[in-house]
Design a protein around this ligand. Structure first.
Ligand SMILES: Nc1ncnc2c1ncn2[C@@H]1O[C@H](COP(=O)(O)OP(=O)(O)OP(=O)(O)O)[C@@H](O)[C@H]1O
Ligand SMILES: [Mg+2]
Length: 229
């Protein structure tokens, strides 16, 4: 049995006070095992981004706890949290978020550089992952010289190359056309199968959610269904 890589224990998040109070996440408890490939779906405003941000430590819960690889993410702060996130979590964003002045290869190498990995190993890993995401030969391109789909594949490569426990992506396909978005999810799935990495991504695109192995649907901050194919 694979172990739980993330345990979300009764977390809630509310914003504002009194009449402006919004409960974005309501007492959610959920566990993710190592190697899962999960989509979190739900309508706009249902709490997908809030839940992902709470799990990655980008946001702090009003109540409850998140354990990632056995550590309480929600109780760390400052350098401890940023170092932990750097080493354990790979993030992919809707808007790619590549560093524009760095090439594809340099964007991918960057976190390994911060981790103190030597140059030879960085180059070797970068070339291998570029091949895995189908960008062989594009190492020296700058983000502006790549299509949106190619930029997001660089972002996937960047997220996984530092060997995190989990990769989280908030609507990674929202800025891509449907075919490019599906292709991106297929690459993520291939990496999930090849490297055994755990992926959690959000979407409100039916075609994208159909590609997940586990589908969690949230509505008004609560899980309304959780099914594994
Ligand atoms: N910083 C904030 N301040 C106040 N309310 C917020 C804040 N962030 C989110 N919310 C509210 O929390 C609820 C959940 O928002 P969230 O962004 O998590 O939804 P979502 O499912 O990601 O939506 P979308 O599909 O549009 O990205 C919404 O009602 C939203 O307006
Ligand atoms: Mg969102």
């Amino acid at each position: 049995m694979a172990e739980n890589i993330i345990e979300v224990l009764n977390i809630s998040k509310h914003y504002g006070q009194n009449e402006t109070r919004v409960i974005a996440v309501k007492s959610i408890s959920v566990k993710f095992k190592e190697g899962e490939f999960t989509a979190i779906a739900g309508p706009s405003g249902s709490g997908k981004t809030t839940l992902l941000n709470l799990m990655s430590g980008l946001d702090v819960p009003s109540d409850g706890q998140v354990l990632l690889a056995g550590k309480a993410v929600s109780e760390m702060s400052g350098n401890e949290l940023s170092d932990f996130r750097r080493d354990h979590i790979g993030l992919i964003f809707q808007s790619f978020n590549l560093i524009p002045v760095l090439t594809a290869a340099e964007n991918i190498e960057y976190i390994m550089l911060l981790q103190g990995i030597n140059k030879d190993e960085r180059i070797e890993k970068t070339l291998l992952i570029l091949k895995d995401v189908g960008l062989e030969g594009k190492a020296d391109r700058f983000p502006a010289e790549l299509s949106g789909g190619q930029q997001q594949r660089v972002a996937v490569a960047r997220a996984i190359v530092s060997d995190p426990d989990i990769i989280m992506a908030d609507e990674p396909t929202a800025n891509l056309d449907s075919a490019t978005g599906s292709g991106l999810i297929d690459i993520m799935k291939k990496l999930n199968e090849k490297m055994g990495k755990t992926f959690i991504f959000s979407t409100h695109d039916k075609m994208i959610m159909d590609r997940a192995k586990r589908l969690i649907v949230i509505k008004d901050g609560e899980i309304v269904s959780d099914e594994t194919a």
